[in-house]
Design a protein around this ligand. Sequence first.
Ligand code: GDP
Ligand code: MG
Length: 440
Amino acid sequence: NLSDRLESVFKRLKGYGRLSEDNIQEGLREVRLALLEADVNFRVVKDFVARVRERAVGREVMESLTPAQQVVKIVHDELVALLGGRNRQLDLSGRQPAVLLLVGLQGSGKTTTAAKLARWLLSKGRAPYLVPADVYRPAAVEQLRVLGERIGVPVHPTDTSRPPVETAREAVARAGLQGLDTVIVDTAGRLHVDEALMGELRDLKARLEPQEILLVADAMTGQDAVNIAGKFDADLSLTGVILTKVEGDARGGAALSIQAVTGTPIKFVGVGEKLDQLEPFHPERIADRILGMGDVLTLIEKAQATMDRRRAQELQEKLRKDAFTLEDFRDQLRQLRRMGSLEQVLSMIPGLGAQLKKAKGLMPDERELVRVEAIIDSMTPAERRNYRVINGSRRRRIARGSGTTVQDVNRLLKNYAQMAKMFKKMRKGGFRNLPQGMLP
Ligand code: GDP
Ligand code: MG
C-alpha cells in the first residue's frame, strides 16, 4: 500500500548527505508510482511531485535531519495541502433551522450518512430533523424512518405522492415550529448522473437555500467518485463531500484527489456501516497515517509545536533549583498528553539518557493520565508544593475529591517522588543531549 511504498522510498533516500537533483530524482519517481498505484488522479500526482521536487532540491541538510527525513517532511506537508489543509466544519450559521442537503448516486450511502450525521449533530447539542425526500422509492423513506427511530431523531412523515420540493419545504417549516434546529434532507439518487435528477436537486437548492450541499460519495469507486464530485459540483456548487466506505478503500485515491480536482473539501468520512462510524475529516491525521507515525521528524515537530517553550524553560529552571512540584508534574503530563502517545514521544528523543528511559516506566499510561490530573487538581496548593504534608486523612480527602481511591493517590505520589529523585540525579549529570525545549 501507499505508506509501505513511501516508507521504502524514504529508506533508500537515507544515507545521502545532501539532497541533489540526482539523488532525489529516483526517490520522486517512486513517490509518483506509489501515488498512481493508489489510484490518485494523474494530474494531481504530477503537480504534487513537481511541488515536492521544487521544495526538496538543493536544500542544505538541517542539523539533526537526514535528507530522507526532510523529504518525508515535505511530502507530509504537501499531502496535508492536497487533502485540503485543515478540517472544514459544517456551516450551520444563518437562518434557522439550518438545512443540510445530502446528494449523491444511489448506493453511495446517503441515507445511512443522513442518520450518522444526525447522530453526530445530536452529540454536539444540535436538534436534528431527518427528512426523507427520495419519494421514488418508498423503501428509502422507511429505511430512514427506522434509522431515525434507532438514534432517537424525529423523521418527517414524507408523503411519497407529493413532489419532494414541497415535502422538504413543509419539513423545514415543521422543524422550525418544533424547535428543531438542523434539517437533514436525504435526496433521491440515480445510478448515473442524469438531467432529471440534477433538475430536481437544483430545484431543492433554490427553494431551500441550504447552508450545506454535501455530496455523499463512495470511496471504493476511486476516480469515479472524483468525476462524480466534479459533475455535482458544476451543477450545484457543493459545499463539501462526505466520503463513505473509506475503511474498505485501501488505496485512498479518491480521498487524495477530490479536494485537488474539484476544490471541494471532504468534511466527513464514513468508516463502517454502523451509525457511529462517521468521523470529521482531518487532513493532518490522514497524512500522518499514510506516512506512518513512527517517523522521527513529525514527532519532533509535533513535540515542538505542542510544548510551550516558555513554560518548559521555567520548568527547567525549577528543576535546576530542585523545585519540581506536583503542579509541575501535572503540567508536564498535560503537555505530554497533548503530544500523543507518551512512548512515541520518549522514544523519539535522540541521545536519550538511560535515566529518561527509566522515566517511561514511572509515567502513568495514557488512560491513567486523566485520573492523575484529577488527583492533582484535588490537592491544595500547599500540598502540591510539598507532597510530604499529604498524610492519611488528606489522601482520603483527595481520593474522594477526584473520584479515585487512596491506592491511586498513593501510587501517584510514589511515582512523583521517584521521578523527582531521578531528576535530581540527572541535574547533577547536567542537561546534555536534550533537544531544545525538551525537558529531562
Ligand atoms: P443510498 O442509496 O445512497 O441512500 O445508500 P445507503 O445509505 O442505503 O447505503 C448503501 C449501502 O452502503 C448500505 O449497505 C450501507 O450500510 C452501506 N454504507 C454506507 N456508508 C458506509 C460506510 O461508511 N462503510 C460501509 N462499509 N458501508 C457503508
Ligand atoms: Mg437512500
